[in-house]
Design a protein around this ligand. Structure first.
Ligand code: C2E
Ligand code: CA
Ligand code: CA
Ligand code: CA
Length: 275
């Protein structure tokens, strides 16, 4: 048994070595991809729950590795944070998303994900001013999504940066709501316009009454604070119906309506749904 334990231990260390080398390789290649302009964006629509019109689109970063294929953002965004290059990615995403949005018909907005590191590592108000001026997009059409974790990492800085963005008319969304820390004090302290309820609250609502009741109560909390309430990860018509009948949720996002799409396809989807 002792020998077996040792064998397992060796296997464990081999696996750690593989992980370590894999991550080192990804890091080097990510730096290169960013410099070469090889990152791209896809967009996923947020729709009004009753009219099914597209209200805005969320920009999501994509990286297709030349040999390893698509690397999910859940892998490369944390790597970029570790490497200290997340701000360069955020700057790329803000500039491209704003430029793309200025091409869309109607008053459709665009949402960009911001990392907690960006509060310190980036002049967000400066970047936003520049991108809006270059594209001619009006401030209310840009929305920044921040997670509870990002805000908690940098409480004081987050407050002053978000207030300065909010003063410009930029919309601020609290992302993945319900998955982070449950201290709600900052919900009213920070200038949020929107609450995005994490998809884990949506998953079971068609089968499980208690899950539906929980979602309805989280939505009510948002409505009581005068926030626009969005449900993420809507995958089925039954989920949509339950939400429409039993919660005050105003906007929905998820595979039921559309997967994230490249820019050229999203413009077409918008004119199809809203036209
Ligand atoms: P997020 O901000 O919560 O983005 C929503 C994620 O849920 C996206 O995954 C989207 O493709 C996925 N999703 C949308 N609808 C559904 C659905 O109906 N079912 C399921 N199962 N999933 C759905 P994605 O694109 O893989 O992004 C994962 C996370 O990576 C994002 O979560 C965000 O935290 C981060 N991320 C992506 N792009 C960026 C970026 O440009 N900057 C930063 N800082 N983070 C990013
Ligand atoms: Ca998001
Ligand atoms: Ca989210
Ligand atoms: Ca999420």
């Amino acid at each position: 048994a002792k020998g077996e334990g040792k064998g397992r231990c060796q296997l464990f260390h081999q696996q750690m070595d593989i992980d370590y080398h894999y991550r080192q390789r990804l890091k080097a290649d990510l730096r290169e991809a960013l410099a070469a302009g090889a990152l791209s964006l896809v967009f996923q629509p947020l729709l009004d729950i009753s009219s099914h019109r597209v209200v805005s689109c969320e920009a999501l970063a994509r990286w297709t590795h030349p040999e390893l294929g698509p690397i999910p953002p859940a892998t490369f965004i944390p790597l970029a944070e570790e490497m200290g290059i997340i701000s360069e990615i955020t700057a790329f995403v803000v500039r491209s998303a704003v430029a793309e949005c200025s091409q869309w018909a109607g008053e459709i907005g665009v949402a960009v994900n911001v990392s907690g590191r960006d509060f310190r590592g980036l002049d967000l108000p400066g970047l936003v001013d520049e991108a809006l001026a270059e594209s001619g997009l009006s401030a209310p059409r840009l929305e920044l999504e921040v997670t509870e974790t990002a805000v908690i990492e940098e409480t004081d800085l987050a407050q002053s940066v978000l207030e300065s963005l909010s003063a410009r008319g930029i919309s601020i969304a609290l992302d993945d709501f319900g998955t982070g820390y449950s201290s709600l004090s900052y919900l009213s302290a920070l200038p949020f316009n929107k609450l995005k309820i994490d998809r884990s609250f949506v998953q079971d609502i068609a089968e499980d009454e208690r899950a539906l009741s929980l979602l309805a109560n989280v939505a009510r909390l948002g409505r009581d604070l005068d926030l626009t309430v969005v449900a993420e990860g809507v995958e089925t018509e039954d989920q949509l119906r339950a939400m429409l009948e039993h919660t005050g949720i105003q906007q929905v996002q998820g595979y039921f309506f559309s997967r994230p799409l490249p820019a050229r396809d999203i413009a077409e989807l918008i004119s199809h749904l809203n036209g």
